[in-house]
Design a protein around this ligand. Structure first.
Ligand SMILES: [Zn+2]
Length: 330
């Protein structure tokens, strides 16, 4: 019984659903603040820590909200091959054509659109809590859209024998080399059509899927199995992990791709925030500077009850849980 409890506690404390890694999401939201005009920057800088720390929150919500998982991806290859995808751009047309099956293959572009309008409305209401919450969330979804493996059914290389590539590309590489990236990307620009922009980002990402997979194969050839992995101990358990050498070989073959997508994400996140403020009629945010938001910082680790819920809902609704464990890597 005691052993079972320790196991469960160990399970609860593992960050199961990490995308762009916590490092990536936090840094993208953080540096997006520097793209903002001064009318916005004062407020965002006052709450810089919250915007940064809440960046990974949508991933953590997957534990407790069965609707959350499909918001983080779209399996474009389920609808054809580039550039001929048989998927209408607007939600109404896409839903009319595919109905609820849209959720199975992900709803990322429409999530970005939906959260954009939540942010516009929060600006219109001068609702400080909403502005901060929806800015942090929107930053997360826009950042996810910049990751090639969020646009394919082969999201973790599981269909091509490259299991683990998801975290390799978006967590291991930025964690190892992110400090050398240049996060200053200039000023935010106005986005005319938030949905069209979401599709543009997703198509850019999808075009890179083949290279992401192919170059990992090449890196594996260059670094034979003996040097691809190392074993690390955590307590009494051993985990297989990519070796620093392999990560470096793969990164050099990618030739700056991760940094380019990281920088593009920073610029687009800032631009979405800025455009939402413009579309709300450029409300004067200085009067919110003295206010306190009613925000509760979402916890880093899942509460005990959330993990219990997750385990049982997984047993009960196997299919739905399959969607939830999407992104469970390594
Ligand atoms: Zn995500």
């Amino acid at each position: 019984m005691k052993k079972w409890l320790y196991l469960l506690i160990g399970f609860v404390s593992l960050p199961l659903f990490i995308e762009w890694g916590f490092w990536g999401h936090r840094h993208i939201n953080y540096y997006a603040v520097f793209t903002l005009p001064k009318e916005m920057a004062l407020l965002y800088k006052k709450h810089h820590e919250y915007i940064k720390e809440q960046a990974p929150a949508p991933d953590r919500r997957r534990y407790i909200d069965p609707n959350e998982a499909p918001r983080h991806y779209i399996d474009l290859d389920k609808y054809g091959t580039y550039p001929n995808f048989d998927i209408p751009r607007t939600w109404d047309s896409a839903y009319a054509k595919y109905g609820d099956s849209l959720y199975e293959h992900g709803i990322l572009p429409w999530t970005i659109q939906q959260w954009y309008y939540k942010l516009v409305n929060a600006f219109k209401r001068k609702d400080l809590t909403g502005i901060l919450k929806y800015s942090a969330d929107l930053g997360h979804y826009v950042a996810d859209a910049h990751v090639p493996l969020h646009t394919t059914a082969n999201y973790n290389g599981q269909l091509t024998g490259q299991h683990g590539i998801h975290a390799l590309w978006e967590s291991r590489i930025p964690e190892n080399f992110g400090e050398t990236y240049n996060p200053y990307v200039g000023k935010a620009v106005y986005i005319e059509d938030p949905l069209e922009m979401a599709w543009k980002i997703i198509l850019e990402s999808h075009m890179r899927v083949d290279s992401v997979l192919e170059l990992e194969r090449k890196a594996t050839e260059l670094c034979n199995e003996g040097c691809k992995y190392v074993y690390v101990s955590r307590g009494s358990r051993q985990f297989r992990s990519y070796s620093p050498k392999f990560i470096a070989i793969y990164d050099s073959l990618l030739n700056g791709m991760v940094e380019r997508r990281y920088r593009a994400a920073i610029k687009r996140v800032g631009s979405y925030w800025y455009s939402a403020w413009v579309d709300a009629g450029k409300p004067d945010l200085s009067e919110l500077l003295g206010k306190k938001p009613k925000v509760k910082k979402e916890k880093e680790k899942e509460p005990f009850w959330a993990a219990i819920f997750h385990i049982f809902s997984r047993k009960k609704h196997e299919e739905r849980a399959q969607k939830q464990i999407r992104g469970h890597v390594d």
